[in-house]
Design a binder for this molecule. Sequence first.
Ligand SMILES: [Ca+2]
Ligand SMILES: [Ca+2]
Length: 228
Amino acid sequence: MRVGVLSGMHGSLCSPNFPEPYPRDTQLRWNVSVPDGFQIKLYFSHFDLEPSYLCEYDYVKVEAEGEVLALFCGREQTDTEAVPAQRALTSPRNSLSLLFCSDFSDEERFSGFVAHYSAVDVDECSERSDEDALCDHFCHNYIGGYYCSCRYGYRLHSDNHTCRGERRHRLGRRDPQLIARVHHEYSSVLRGALLSRDMIHGWGRNVWVLTCPDSAVDRDLAVTDSGA
Ligand SMILES: [Ca+2]
Ligand SMILES: [Ca+2]
């Protein structure tokens, strides 16, 4: 069997000799793959194969991950045979294969098919239950991948998925009353100072100096962070 390989972000494939009738007794396979983080969307702009009961003569079969996504033959939809029509197929992951087979008979001539594919982004953040969520807190999709972030007060573990620790509680243990008051009255000030240092330098061994207006807290607050 002849095998074609397609690995671009989009492409097209057609039956042999198209737009002339396809030859008999032919098997052709196309293996299509796109980068990780993408699925393959496939549709047909032309389809005209010999009709047969359950597509046992000539057919197009689309497979991915060991599963048959579709089996097509004929010119029109019937109870026992399917044609692609306007339907688009989407691969579960980043590869699929398309198999074209014609049998020994060609009593009538059929023009074959033209198919097109394109890579489409996987939205890793949607369509997942909380238990299956990829990120502990926030998931952000982008074309070709995704990334995680954490709620205020937490930091992203080096696995890039888990959120750990709550710095506010650690700080709070040192001087709960003062921290609580600063949080309550000037939460935006405290949040800005901690978050920016955290994001730029990470939590190492740092001295955090939080300055609040005299009317709220009558002294500067120095907090020594012992690190994670
Ligand atoms: Ca045939
Ligand atoms: Ca994505």
